[in-house]
Structure formats: C-alpha cells, structure tokens
Design a protein around this ligand. Sequence first.
Ligand code: HEM
Length: 311
Amino acid sequence: MTSTQTPMPDATKVVDSMEQMSAGPYEGQRRSSARGLCCTGTFTPTGDAAPLTTAAHLQHQPVPVTVRFSNSDGNPHVPDGAPVTRGMAVRFHLPDGAETDLLGITVPLFVASTPPEFLALTQALRPNPGTGHPDPAEVRAFVAEHPHLASAVAQQPPIPVGYGRAAYWAIHAFVWVNDAGRRQPVRYRWEPAAGRASLSAQDAASRAPDYLTQEFHQRLQDGPVAFALQVQLSEVGDPTHDPTVAWPDTRKELTVGHLELTAPVVDQSHWSEQRFDPTRITSGIELSDDPVLAFRAHAYAESFRRRSRHG
Ligand code: HEM
C-alpha cells in the first residue's frame, strides 16, 4: 500500500460547497443523498470470508440490518427519475450490540482521488445562476486540469427500475484482518438477486416522482428484496489509496453473504435522521490508506451537525 500526504480541506468548506452544488441548504436534510427510504432485513454470511476476517457479521450467524436507499442529490425535491447515482447504506447490528456500516453507490469509481479534487469538482458543478444548471465549460475545464479523472467523471449511472435492481459499489479498499493477523485488502459490491435493470432517460421522465419508493413497497409484497455481497480480493501492487482506479476484473471474487430486506422500518423519521458512516468499521476490518475514505467521516459529521440543528 502507498500512503499519501494530501492536505485535507476543511470539512465545513466542502459541505458549504456541496450545499451550493444542490442549490441548498434544505432544512433538516442530508447535504448529499437527501431523498431516501429505510428498511429492515437480515444478512446471512456464507462463511467464505471467515478465514480472512474476524468481523462478527462475516462469520456464520445471521445478523439484523437496517438499510437506507437514497438518490445522491442534496436536493430532496429532485424526482426519482433523475440521472444521479443511488446509494445503499447498510448498518449491520452485531451480536455484541456494536454496529458497522457499509455504504455503496451505483457506479464503480469515485470522481476524485483526493478531498481537494472533490472540493474542486463540487465547485465546477455549482449551478450557473442564469440557467440553474452546471456550466458544461466549467466541468470540461475541471477534467482538462485533472485528466486522470476523465473516465470516472464520464460514468453514466443507471436509472434503476427499482432500488433492488442495481449493483452498489462501496468503492474504497478496506483491509480484512484474520485471527492470525494476516491482512487482505478487499473491495465490496452488492449485486441484486433479481438482476440489474434500468430505464431509459425517456422512460424515467414519465415515471412518478417517487416511483422508486412505490416500486420498493410493491416488490416487498411479493417477498424479500435480496442482494449478494460480492468481495474482490486484491493482489500485490493493486492500489488501495485511489477510489478512481478499479482493480482488474480478473481478481478473485467471493460471495460472502446474502441480504434479504423484508419491510420498511416502522419509524422512517427516526431512521432517516441517523448518521451512516463509511469509517464505522469493526474488529477484523481496517480502513485502507485512501484519503477520501478518511475524509468522509469529517464531512458526514458536519452534514449531520447541520441537519440535526435543523439548519
Ligand atoms: C470526498 C468524498 C465524499 C464526500 C465529501 C461525501 C459527502 C457526503 C455527505 C455530506 C453525505 C450526507 C451525510 C449525512 O448527512 O448523514 C453523504 C451521504 C452519502 N454518501 Fe457520500 N461523500 C463522499 C464520497 C462518497 C463515496 C465514495 C460514496 C460511495 C460509496 C458515497 C456514498 C454516500 C451514500 C450512500 C450516502 C447516503 C448515506 C445515508 O443514507 O445516510 N459518498 N456523502
């Protein structure tokens, strides 16, 4: 693994810029992924991860989970058909009362290698006051200055038929540690059991503004919404510090568990107020040397602070 010395921007400055990017702030709302729904279910590990990590939820016993699906925009009024990424934030409730989170989105690469690059991109994506949309020339200038981000920025997220019909990548590397102390960098992906399915932009535009919530509730009437947790194992030399660089598709992949979502949470408002955090790990899992992963903890805490005081 390599370590980077990138100076961190102030999280307040980044969250300010995210608010401007979504023409916010919106009172009491997350500064990203404002619109969403929470549900409950069970994660059953296959046992295939047990030789590689001591993490309690990746052994042999099922654990309860709470999951929040979301649309990435910080504006909660943007309709579900918008061509944005979707999020899946999973909280595993561990047998000893502890909790660990795993957050994923519907594209495999992040759009910045470092927090300063992310800040610069959010600035380039601010809506032009005249048009209400980002200025394409600013985005082109950002990519010209950061050519290594061109393919990540060009990713087109699918507009899923339902929250349960998309794959969600956790993107960053994490490091598993087993009971002999052996360390193995990994990357996670949730794969929908019903298969991936998306809408054309035209079809999406004709759907109800809350079609994702409606579809999710309808699907639950026919049985659980299910996902497999796929884990890619790194090999020597695979970068762990850069969320814009994929590992080769040929890397060994394990199916480490199956998730079954069975019902909306009874208390949506309680759960939508919670703070998911990609750095909320548990024994047997370590953070990698990715500076974006470390920075996210500060940005999420700042967003939580602002929305909790109803600002
Ligand atoms: C510099 C990088 C990033 C920053 C500054 C950032 C910032 C934020 C903020 C401020 C929130 C709202 C938090 C809250 O109020 O609880 C959020 C939510 C979220 N972010 Fe990020 N993010 C970053 C990268 C990522 C990446 C790489 C992923 C992909 C795994 C991701 C996935 C999500 C998801 C799924 C949510 C919604 C969580 C929920 O439902 O509570 N973010 N992000």
